[in-house]
Design a protein around this ligand. Structure first.
Ligand SMILES: Cc1cc2nc3c(=O)[nH]c(=O)nc-3n(C[C@H](O)[C@H](O)[C@H](O)COP(=O)(O)OP(=O)(O)OC[C@H]3O[C@@H](n4cnc5c(N)ncnc54)[C@H](O)[C@@H]3O)c2cc1C
Length: 492
């Protein structure tokens, strides 16, 4: 059998004594806990999927100098063809969760792939830090690590600079010695941190000169001493059964505030050190930001297709598909799903060769980001509009089917144009979980914000657009006539 990371290996690696808090209590073992275990197993299933003999070529590759195959997420494409091959693997992973696990391992792998492509940028800032990053990338790739990241500071007073926030809010360097630095303070929002091996800590938000204490990036194992994970409410814990909540019971990847309570970072895990510009450069001067968000669009292409499928089935369930105004709405949804795919194909086809590496078109990626963060809530709204009360007129839980009296009423009342009562209830519960449950609602917030608020994503789009071409067209038109010539023409 080919040597490749398995689900069992991943689960075992999470039994590492990490400090996770939920509902006021310390969680002993995330792999066994009611609030996390199914999501953890869904993450493990990703590895079990790629290790299947029939999936090995699709999903994995063998890095240089390694005797193990690892996820294609870690592959650094050298050409358009390699990029497409890698994307197909990422789409196959996303399909296992209908695109509902935003921070599957390929997200961070993509971020680091892009940053590693720009290793010269790290070198410009510090040879030592660049070496630490390159070594870490090699280690993470060969170990097929599941990483998460916290690159955003906790919201507190947005009108103040990060360096002016109250002490101990934003993670900062508080000490250093010959073995490394010590950090204290918080970062948000470590999605998937309960099921990741390590956390990548950095600063995506701009820092000012003088804020060098905040200007670092590093990677830490989730069980690092002093690293505390404060989980948000678990939707999985409240999901009664798979039948009632097929998504939230299994794909609640979780989000958490990460508090660094005097956590030691060894020098060889430190990639940016007291360097405000390097914090920006590691994302924006390397292809890092482009690659991490390209992965997000790959995942979204699957999720949008899933949502379009839900919409279509809802109309079939209530017998409205062929009403002209309904099929028009479905046509619009289909066009929106098509647009997400087209943008994805566009950023690949018009990618650029940067030295050895092939990189997706940055402005097309930012265009997709701006458009899809706006699109997602509109898609959800359309599905709600198509559904009416059917999403709510449902048995309280699967237990109602176990009561013969209620089961008989369900049989009589859950009528459908296309589904028997059991299937209709099963389907509509899945639909509500996807778009209306607390889990579904968190997903709307996620798609609107995971890559930054609109003023941030529009800022990226503004900066990376080819304005010279656009304004050049305007200038060309204006230069094709002038006032004096026109006056002369009128006089003749
Ligand atoms: C579900 C979820 C999961 C997440 N997971 C992760 C993760 O795994 N890792 C991670 O690092 N981060 C994560 N995040 C954080 C995410 O990256 C941030 O939410 C995002 O960057 C926006 O930053 P913010 O929340 O501070 O919002 P803000 O930047 O404060 O924006 C909120 C709103 O405030 C207003 N606003 C604030 N400042 C300005 C301004 N200067 N100009 C104009 N308007 C302004 C706007 O109306 C804006 O929409 C996650 C977020 C969510 C919701």
């Amino acid at each position: 059998m080919t040597d490749c990371k398995t689900g069992a290996e991943h689960i075992k690696s999470l039994k590492d004594g990490r400090t996770v808090y939920l509902d006021g209590k310390l969680v002993g073992d995330v792999t066994e806990h009611d609030a996390f275990r199914h999501a953890v197993h869904s993450a493990a299933a990703l590895y079990d999927f790629q290790v299947r003999p029939e999936n090995l070529e699709l999903m994995t590759f063998q890095p240089n100098g390694s005797n193990r195959r690892v996820s294609r997420g870690w592959q650094m494409p050298r050409s358009y063809d390699e990029m497409v091959k890698r994307r197909k693997a990422l789409q196959a992973w996303a399909a296992l969760t209908c695109g509902y696990m935003g921070r599957s391992p390929d997200h961070l792998a993509s971020a680091l792939v892009g940053q590693r492509m720009g290793i010269d940028i790290f070198r410009k800032h510090s040879e030592e830090r660049a070496k630490a990053f390159a070594d870490y990338f090699d280690y993470a790739t060969k170990s097929d690590l599941f990483l998460t990241y916290v690159i955003i500071n906790p919201q507190a007073q947005r009108s103040k600079a990060w360096g002016e926030q109250d002490e101990d809010l934003v993670a900062r360097i508080v000490d250093e010695d010959t073995t490394g630095i010590t950090i204290r303070g918080a970062k948000m929002l470590g999605t998937s941190s309960i099921m990741a091996n390590e956390v990548f800590v950095a600063n995506l938000q701009p820092l000012r000169p003088g804020e060098e204490d905040l200007a670092f990036s590093c990677a830490l194992p989730m069980n690092a001493k002093g690293l505390r994970v404060l989980s948000r409410k678990s939707y999985e814990a409240h999901a009664v059964s798979i039948f009632d909540n097929p998504l939230s019971s299994r794909f609640d990847e979780n989000d958490a505030l990460i508090y660094f309570d005097d956590v030691k970072v060894p020098w060889d895990r430190l990639f940016v050190y007291r360097d405000v510009d390097a914090c920006r450069a590691q994302f924006h001067d390397t292809p890092g930001h482009a690659y991490q968000n390209y992965q997000a669009q790959i995942r979204l292409s699957v999720k949008i297709a899933f949502l379009a499928g839900l919409a279509r089935r809802i109309t079939e369930a209530i017998g409205t598909t062929n009403i002209p105004s309904v099929s028009e709405k479905l046509g619009m949804l289909a066009a929106q799903a098509g647009m997400v795919n087209s943008m994805l194909s566009g950023m690949e086809a018009s990618g650029t060769q940067i030295g050895e590496w092939y990189v997706p078109n940055k402005h097309f990626m930012y265009s997709a980001q701006v458009i899809t963060q706006d699109l997602y809530p509109r898609v959800i709204d359309t599905i709600r509009d198509l559904a009416g009360g059917a999403l709510i007129m449902l048995p309280s839980s699967v237990a109602d089917f176990g009561n013969p009296e209620l089961a008989a009423i369900i049989e009589k009342t859950q009528r459908s144009a296309s589904m028997d009562p059991e299937h209709k209830v099963k389907f509509l519960k899945a639909a509500w979980d996807a778009i209306g449950s607390e889990f579904g609602s968190r997903h709307t917030q996620y798609e609107m914000f995971y890559a930054g608020a609109r003023f941030v994503t529009c800022g990226h789009s503004f900066r990376t657009y080819d304005w010279n071409n656009a304004t050049g067209l305007v200038e060309k038109l204006l230069s094709s006539y002038d006032l004096q010539s026109e006056l002369k023409r009128l006089q003749h």
